[in-house]
Design a protein around this ligand. Structure first.
Ligand SMILES: Nc1ncnc2c1ncn2[C@@H]1O[C@H](COP(=O)(O)OP(=O)(O)O)[C@@H](O)[C@H]1O
Ligand SMILES: [Mg+2]
Length: 286
């Protein structure tokens, strides 16, 4: 039995449908990444699970309709910290709500290397670690992390990844949202690709790549006036997704040379971003 099961969840804001028949499940000890651009519906979906925001469809926890949300630790995207209080005071406040004493708070601050300064003096990475610890206060089996590394520098991002991995090792089920494809690629056991309120595919990164039918991406760097049929643009490159690069390479180069000046041609493995573009026709970051 999965830890969490989301079945046919649909959500309207007024007349706008922001989630459309979303279904997926999560196992214990699994990290599932919701990967999608801004406005895809990630936060709404997480709020339905974590806060019980009104919706159509069902959310099951260990086979029963989810009612008691204290089994979930939720770390929203926007801060939940009191900036003028110290890190310890923040954590103690949330600990007391869950009838835990200050010793637990001290232990966790040590474990997650959070210095006891005023929150407004902490770095982005420290604040994020503190917010994750707060989500852990009730010893939840399921963690929901909304864009846990948005805006963090590379080092802080990797520290947060390590924490998330260690929580998976403890057996927690984790859903995180991201619009960073490296995050989905390096951290998640499975990725749910979400666009315009729909989950387009849920699978391992390898399987998403395999089933996309992209064997290679032929990337042509240079300056181009237009995008020829069958190509997509990535930054200043034209990209052609190919199942047989040896067969396609010459033709692809000829087509590209007709619309601009080629500087470099690279044949590379597909990335998750390529898969996303192939499935949705758009990029993750616009
Ligand atoms: N409280 C709200 N009222 C009306 N529309 C909302 C509300 N929250 C989100 N939306 C809309 O729902 C869509 C999905 O938003 P959101 O779930 O925040 O996406 P994401 O987290 O993937 O960026 C967006 O079009 C957004 O404008
Ligand atoms: Mg969001």
């Amino acid at each position: 039995m999965p830890l969490l099961e989301v079945k046919s969840v649909t959500k309207y804001y007024g007349k706008k449908r922001v989630l459309d028949n979303v279904s997926f499940s999560l196992e214990k000890g699994e990290i599932l990444a919701l990967l999608g651009p801004n406005g895809a519906g990630k936060t709404t979906l997480m709020r339905i699970i974590a806060e019980g925001l009104s919706h159509r469809g069902h959310v099951f926890f260990k086979g029963k309709i989810l009612k008691d949300r204290s089994v979930i630790g939720y770390c929203p995207q926007e801060g939940i910290l009191y900036e003028d209080l110290s890190a310890y005071a923040n954590l103690k406040f949330y600990s007391y709500l869950h009838k835990r004493d200050g010793r637990w708070a001290r232990k966790m601050m040590e474990k997650f290397e959070i210095p006891d300064k005023k929150v407004k003096e902490l770095s982005g990475g420290m604040k994020k670690r503190l917010s994750i610890v707060i989500a852990l206060v009730g010893e939840p089996e399921l963690l929901i992390l909304d864009e846990p590394t948005v805006g963090l520098d590379v080092e802080s991002r990797h520290q947060v990844w390590e924490i998330i991995r260690s929580l998976r090792e403890e057996g927690k089920g984790i859903i995180l949202s991201t619009h960073y494809m490296e995050e989905a690629e390096h951290l998640a056991d499975r990725v749910a690709i979400i666009n315009e309120g729909k989950i387009i595919s849920v699978d391992t990164v390898d399987e998403l790549k395999r089933s996309s039918g992209i064997k290679s991406a032929i990337e042509i760097r240079g300056l181009f006036q237009e995008i020829p049929e069958g190509f997509v643009r990535e930054n200043s490159s034209l990209v052609f997704y190919s199942q047989e690069p040896k067969r396609d390479l010459v033709n692809v180069v000829i087509l590209a040379s007709k619309v601009g000046k080629i500087k470099e041609v690279v044949v590379r493995e597909p990335t998750l971003e390529d898969v996303f573009i192939k499935l949705t026709g758009r990029r993750l970051k616009e």
